[in-house]
Ligand binder design. Structure first.
Ligand SMILES: Cc1ncc(COP(=O)(O)O)c(C=O)c1O
Length: 412
């Protein structure tokens, strides 16, 4: 028998990746499936970035870079932090990884002992829990409330801290709700952490550039400079430049932490792809106007989703201030006689129905720690989004018409 680490018992595969795989399998059987559960944004990689990648791919040999990233890319990252975040960082305070997920993995591996706690505000990006688990820590989920816009408050944070707390994860803008923490809100959280000098902050800023209505982006290390010495600021090119598959993320933090993270990476994956690093360097150093143009396109898509959802009985949502996700409440729908008639209890039941009936894959809120909701991605083409929203509306209509059948109600 193949032995199994005890850690595997609580480790889950990323829900979004499972759904994406299922969608591909269904497509292979000829079904017309629209995948709205993924974290991918449907824009092309900018041409000058592709060119830089191609040039790097033609080098002989395509060699390794330093484990922590090429000096050129680290200089570009340093420039980005100075230009956009008012953060002045040295090269020894930077690491480049295979996506921001690996930045988190390295950081947790380098710092946690078994049983150490990692505070994760809910709703969350599901991987935070598993990243904590796989590295031997215990994820401590802290529920947030609608009143705070589903954001962590100083009160929530204070109550969640124990002797074992090692990290607090702050994702801004928040996947899945699209909430955005202001500088003042971050400073209020920092004020709580002032009393706990051993707690580190992981600031996941991956959606920094997917932000609307001129909302100001803030990050902990610059909003509360006294936190800099214990904050790991994480970002990457996946969302800002639609470069998910290139797998480049980076982190800025205290030099001693970064040195340990580099050690972890040196014995796992070594450097991130040399070709992708050259492309990421071009993305960070090149023209940035495409970011604003894409923000405008995404803001239009967001308005469209908000309008469409408002017309679907039983569904409701808040307009997200950032990200390309709509986090849609299905509470009313699940309480309707239609839902009762169908025996639906959870957002996962609804998600299954939407897939079967409409061929649209959505991410159940259960996977994000707040139910009953589901998340859809509006970072896709407007025609696909239109089609998906139409199909969801029709599926809900079918459910409502069928569910009102009294005989069904009696049998459940
Ligand atoms: C909040 C958040 N952080 C991090 C990541 C990981 O991104 P990557 O590893 O591509 O940089 C994702 C991906 O969807 C995300 O949603």
């Amino acid at each position: 028998m193949i032995p199994r680490s005890p850690r595997m018992a609580s480790l889950k595969t990323s829900p979004a990746s499972i759904l994406a795989k299922q969608a591909r399998a269904l497509r292979a059987t000829g079904r017309d499936i629209i995948l709205l559960s993924s974290g991918e944004i449907e824009f092309p990689t900018p041409p000058h970035v592709i060119e830089a990648g191609l040039r790097a791919a033609k080098a002989v040999p395509v060699g390794y870079t330093n484990v922590d990233g090429s000096v050129e890319l680290k200089e570009a990252v340093r420039g980005k932090f100075a230009r956009e975040n008012n953060l002045c960082v040295g090269l020894e305070e930077l690491i480049v990884c295979n996506g921001s997920k690996q930045v988190m993995f390295n950081a947790l591996t380098a710092t946690v002992s078994p049983g150490d706690e990692v505070i994760v505000p809910a709703p969350y990006w599901a991987s935070y829990l598993d990243l904590a688990t796989i590295t031997g820590a215990v994820p401590v989920v802290v529920d947030t409330s609608a009143a705070s816009g589903w954001k962590l408050t100083p009160h929530d944070l204070d109550r969640a801290i124990t002797q074992r707390t090692r990290w607090v994860i702050i994702n801004n803008p928040v996947n899945p709700t699209g909430g955005v923490y202001s500088a003042a809100e971050l400073r209020a959280l920092a004020a709580v952490l002032q009393h706990h000098p051993d707690i580190l902050v992981m600031s996941d800023d991956l959606y920094e550039h997917i932000i609307f209505d001129e909302t100001e982006f803030a990050t902990m290390a610059s909003a509360a400079p006294q936190m800099r010495e214990r904050t790991l600021t994480i970002n990457g090119v996946s969302k800002a430049y639609a470069m998910m598959g290139w797998r480049i993320g980076y982190g800025a933090g205290p030099a001693s932490l970064i040195a340990d993270m580099v050690k972890v990476q040196s014995q796992s994956t070594s450097n991130a792809s040399t070709v992708s690093q050259a492309a990421a360097e071009a993305a960070l150093n090149g023209p940035q106007d495409e970011i604003a143009r894409r923000q405008t396109l995404l803001a239009t898509a967001r308005a469209h989703v908000v309008d469409a959802v408002a017309k679907i009985p039983g569904l409701s949502m808040r307009s997200p201030a950032g990200t390309f996700y709509a986090y849609i409440s299905c509470e009313q729908l699940l309480q309707s006689s239609a839902a009762l008639g169908r025996g639906w209890r959870t957002d996962a039941d609804l998600a299954r129905f939407v897939l079967d009936e409409a061929g649209v894959v959505v991410l159940p809120g259960d996977d994000c720690g707040l139910s009953p909701f589901f998340r859809i991605n509006f970072g896709c083409s407007s025609s696909l989004l239109d089609q998906a929203l139409d199909r969801i509306a029709r599926a809900v209509e079918v459910a409502s018409a069928d569910g009102l059948d009294d005989s069904r109600l009696e049998t459940t």
